[in-house]
Design a protein around this ligand. Structure first.
Ligand SMILES: Nc1ncnc2c1ncn2[C@@H]1O[C@H](COP(=O)(O)OP(=O)(O)OP(=O)(O)O)[C@@H](O)[C@H]1O
Ligand SMILES: [Mg+2]
Length: 489
């Protein structure tokens, strides 16, 4: 039974009941009922809003005056002021820094380093702004220990220059009401809530971390952030499937959703923007976890290149993440299968994509790959989703099948059409620049790029191809579908 002032509301059809049911009587959906405060219920507690404030909280209307619509030209403009987070990689993903009054949600696997990243950033910002760090998961002592570790010999020490972070205040609290009070009395420019799932609104009967708790806590924090122009960073947990835990509506509520990911067994960490109202998404920030904290990696290509030179079954591509291009090594292992249906596994690339590329190679190059197992991996644990990697995958597979080593200093770029044709890729110039910067000498690209002069200026030999067969002949220097004696290179 719902508590006084709250009801169970179906998230699919909006039906309300006083009692919890596993199945909604309105739409028949399972597990869609969520306890929610009734309309007006939360006004009992929260302090009155001083100025009528819409989203953004600074519409320019006089306090208390009812809002009227106005011509868009008449709406007052304010330049978007951003607060540098102290870390270039974090700023890049945020689109230039934290925006006052905005809400940022940072998600990531347990232990990946969310608290470390935010505490480091809080230290760096505290020399310029008032920062409140709310730790709902760890005690003040634990946070202090981490702070000490980062302060004594971490990279943050250099960023803030010794004890420059006296503007950093710490609150270890899980009660939402007390956190809101502290936010109101301190009026910090930045507040970090670690984590939103650990906060607890005593007015709701449900347990901390439940859908209604998370939503109510986030909504209350958002109201105060917009009103006081506080930039709020919320830490969010992820589910077993890697999705952000809590209601989907949380992702709509916040202005930016960042995910912090990485292989727990490798030291590098990737920060991405999944959603950003103040900047581009798909930007990538790269960090390395060290004993004394997270260090920015400004030259990630070196991280993702295996480094020991070309070997059979490897090919290098240039992947683009937002405005950043990275050189990535693709490794393939092709060996005769002993099963009725061959095994195909891929790490860092979709298995369906691999199946498709293998089918194209079989059909258009006559390679009997259906009798071979194929394992594919992207070195360094990066996920490459873009189709521009297709040609690199095909080259690695063919090189492994024929036991060939690609000539050193070759990158391959191109999307494979199902008819075996090579299709153009976006941001080719950016990719070629990155390849040239890291000393690569040859690039195999789709025909019609019109980038010959650019490549010549970069000192790159540009090999253009219209089909996958042509591209592999150009890239490998031999004709992979012919027998060894017919090699052309
Ligand atoms: N004393 C230490 N020396 C070296 N590395 C450490 C030390 N303590 C923690 N770490 C690193 O920091 C990581 C934990 O970081 P952090 O607590 O920031 O993660 P988190 O994402 O906030 O985790 P959670 O979801 O549990 O809050 C560990 O996985 C480890 O790599
Ligand atoms: Mg943490």
């Amino acid at each position: 039974m719902a508590r006084p002032g709250s009801a169970f509301v179906c998230q699919a059809c909006g039906a309300r009941t006083r009692q919890y049911f596993g199945r909604c009587a309105g739409c028949g959906g399972w597990n869609t009922l969520v306890e929610q405060l009734e309309q007006g219920g939360d006004n009992r507690r929260r302090r009155p809003v001083v100025a009528a404030s819409g989203p953004g909280g600074d519409g320019g209307g006089a306090p208390g005056r009812p809002r009227r619509s106005e011509p868009i030209q008449a709406v007052g403009e304010r330049p978007l002021q951003r607060l540098a987070s102290g870390y270039g990689e974090l700023d890049r993903v945020l689109g230039g820094g934290l925006v006052p009054g905005s809400l940022v949600l940072l998600g990531g696997d347990p232990g990946i380093g969310k608290s470390t990243l935010l505490l480091q950033s809080a230290r760096a910002m505290a020399s310029r702004a008032a920062v409140l760090y709310v730790s709902a998961e760890e005690s003040a002592q634990q946070v202090k220990l981490r702070w000490r570790r980062l302060a004594d010999d971490g990279p943050a020490a250099a960023a803030v220059g010794g004890d420059g972070d006296e503007g950093l205040r710490l609150l270890a609290e899980t009660d939402l009401e007390l956190v809101l009070q502290e936010l109101e009395s301190l009026r910090p420019e930045v507040a970090i809530i670690d984590s939103i799932q650990a906060l607890h609104d005593a007015e709701l009967g449900s347990a901390p971390g439940s859908v209604s708790q998370v939503r109510e806590c986030a909504a209350a924090l958002q109201r105060i952030a917009k009103r006081q122009h506080t930039a709020l960073v919320l830490v969010g947990h992820v589910t077993k499937e890697g999705m952000l835990a809590g209601p989907k509506v949380l992702e709509h509520l916040v202005d930016a959703v960042l995910t912090f990911e990485g292989d727990r067994f490798a030291s590098h960490r990737l920060l991405r923007a999944v959603k950003n109202r103040f900047g581009a998404t798909h930007e990538l920030g790269v960090f390395e976890m060290q004993g004394a904290g997270l260090v920015e990696v400004s030259n990630p290509s070196e991280l993702f290149l295996a480094g020991d030179g070309p070997s059979p079954g490897t090919a290098t591509i240039v992947a683009c993440e937002g405005t950043r291009s990275l050189l990535v090594e693709i490794q393939a292992l092709v060996s005769p299968t002993s099963y009725a249906s061959p095994r195909r596994t891929a790490t860092g690339i979709g298995t369906n994509r691999l199946h498709q590329i293998l089918a194209v190679l079989e059909k258009h190059m006559g390679l009997p790959l259906s009798r071979f197992d194929c394992y594919l991996a992207v070195a360094g644990g990066l996920e490459v989703e873009e189709p521009a990697a297709d040609l690199g995958v095909a080259a690695a597979v063919v090189a492994s099948y024929r036991d060939l080593t690609l000539p050193a200093g070759t990158v391959l770029l191109g999307e494979l059409g199902l008819g075996g044709q090579l299709r153009p890729v976006g941001q080719l110039e950016l990719r070629l620049q990155e390849a040239a910067r890291l000393g690569f000498a040859r690039a195999v690209v789709p025909r019609g790029s019109a980038l010959g002069p650019v490549a010549a200026g970069l000192g790159l030999q540009l090999l253009e191809a219209a089909t996958v067969a042509e591209a592999l002949v150009a890239g490998l220097g031999v004709n992979p579908s012919a027998s060894e004696s017919e090699d052309v290179g």
